[in-house]
Design a protein around this ligand. Structure first.
Ligand SMILES: Nc1ncnc2c1ncn2[C@@H]1O[C@H](COP(=O)(O)OP(=O)(O)O)[C@@H](O)[C@H]1O
Ligand SMILES: [Mg+2]
Length: 429
């Protein structure tokens, strides 16, 4: 099949629009429907606010054109109610009169344009086309942004796949080795089975069956567990996880799992250390937090790589790449007279090349990147910022070209149980 042309795609992305015209004078409403249809849009009309609202509720209206002064529900009321149920519908107001207050209220409700009575038809069509064009642009922009955000995520999935393959390969190898060993043992035991009357042979067979085999089976099961965990990590990451920010999250588990996934992509000589102090479970979104940590770790590794490339021509041969992840809970009891919630503070430090002062305020901006085209998208930190915000937290950065860079994340420990308020809990395994 032929690929659609850009123009065809553009058309299918913005199917013909439905315009609802509300005017208490039936003749005017019908006249306007006629004009709108001639200009290529679909139009419907009604003569009061109540009916209009019912139509809007059913959905499918792209543009509402309403008179202000109508018996029953006024235009302003209709606009307000419409906004409450639908934020996307565009609104144009037709009015024969207008006080400043009404204009202001209409503008506050997000009215796109005003048309004064008596209606100039040319101006009327021009206004509709302008508003629809704006709507098309906004929708394209939203769709494009979604695509780019997904692309950034898929890019990290690509980067991670090496790590994932490696992680799955290890346990698979030792499961295989154990199974091979077991089948060899079985062969060896075969010859001994006829000779079980001999106490020494019986002892050896017993040892194999009751000690060696259970050990091997236990190790192999551990391996399968490990594989299951990795696979569930990928499922999470590739967006098959839940959409809830209310999961009980053990931050150690998220960090360790992320480091496991990322490690194979990093240079072998980068040392990663983890420090945990006084950790509590938080409420959050496991896979989104994983996405944040993947971005931060890969950025850190890139910064270390950059520094290594520079030093090659410069000189400090003792430089070793280091990434340190630390997590600690700050007790809210000690702040604001005990009114403050508990916070989890996470620090991702790297001793890479740092961020120059004139760039540090831009790093969270979408599309800001210092990496070559095709390597950086500039969306990583923007996504981190958004995800942490969704958790009710914040992310900041400090950097020094000599020392390196630290990204600091503050997350509220929602629902944390404070000392003295503990509920009796089931013992954890
Ligand atoms: N740990 C870090 N050390 C030095 N610079 C960093 C670090 N993390 C991010 N940056 C800078 O911030 C920019 C934006 O990062 P990001 O939003 O993840 O996009 P990308 O990695 O695609 O460039 C990077 O290009 C880099 O210049
Ligand atoms: Mg990045």
């Amino acid at each position: 099949m032929d690929q659609p042309t850009a123009a065809q795609m553009e058309r299918s992305a913005h199917p013909s629009r439905t315009i609802l015209i509300v005017d208490d004078e039936k003749e005017i409403a019908e006249l306007l429907v006629n004009i709108v249809e001639k200009s290529g849009h679909k139009a419907i009309s009604c003569t009061n606010g109540e009916t209009a609202l019912e139509i809007v509720k059913k959905g499918g209206v792209d543009l509402l054109i309403t008179d202000l002064k109508m018996p029953g529900m006024s235009g302003i009321e209709l606009i307000g109610q419409t906004r409450r149920i639908n934020n996307e519908v565009e609104i144009i107001v037709i009015t024969g009169y207008g006080t400043m207050e009404i204009f202001l209220e209409a503008i506050r409700s997000g009215v796109s344009d005003f048309i004064l009575k008596p209606i100039d038809m040319e101006q009327f069509i021009h206004s509709i086309n302008r508003v629809m064009e704006k709507k098309n642009l906004t929708e394209s922009l939203i769709a494009r942004t979604q695509q780019l955000l997904q692309a950034e995520k898929m890019a990290t999935v690509g980067v991670l796949s090496t790590g994932i393959a490696h992680e799955i390969n290890n346990p698979t190898t030792f499961i295989r080795t154990n199974l091979q060993l077991m089948s060899e043992y079985i062969k060896r035991m075969e010859s001994k089975l006829d000779n079980l009357a001999d106490p020494k042979t019986a002892e050896s067979v017993k040892n194999i069956l009751l000690k060696e085999f259970p050990d091997m089976i236990r190790d192999a099961l551990k391996g399968t567990e490990r594989i299951q965990k990795i696979v569930s990590g990928i499922k999470h990451y590739a967006h098959m996880g839940s959409d809830s920010f209310d999961e009980d999250v053990d931050i150690r588990e998220v960090i360790t799992q992320t480091i496991n996934l990322v490690r194979a992509k990093l240079r072998k000589d980068i040392v990663i250390t983890e420090n945990y102090l006084n950790i509590k479970e938080i409420k959050g979104h496991f896979s989104k937090l994983e996405q944040v940590f993947v971005n931060l770790l890969i950025n850190a590794a890139d910064a270390i790589n950059d520094k290594m490339v520079k030093l090659k021509t410069g000189g400090d041969r003792d430089y070793r790449g280091l990434i340190d992840v630390s997590a600690t809970v700050i007790d809210g009891d000690e702040y604001e007279g005990g009114q403050s919630p508990d916070y989890l503070i996470l620090t991702f430090f790297d001793n890479g090349g740092g961020i120059p002062d004139n760039k540090i305020t831009k790093v969270f901006d979408p599309f800001f990147t210092t990496k070559p085209v095709g390597v950086g998208t500039g969306l990583g930190l923007y996504i981190c910022y958004e995800i942490i915000k969704q958790h009710g937290g914040e992310i900041t950065v400090q950097s020094d070209p000599e020392e390196g860079t630290a990204f600091i994340i503050r997350l509220p420990v929602v629902g944390a149980v404070k000392p003295g308020q503990e509920q009796p809990q089931e013992p954890r395994q």
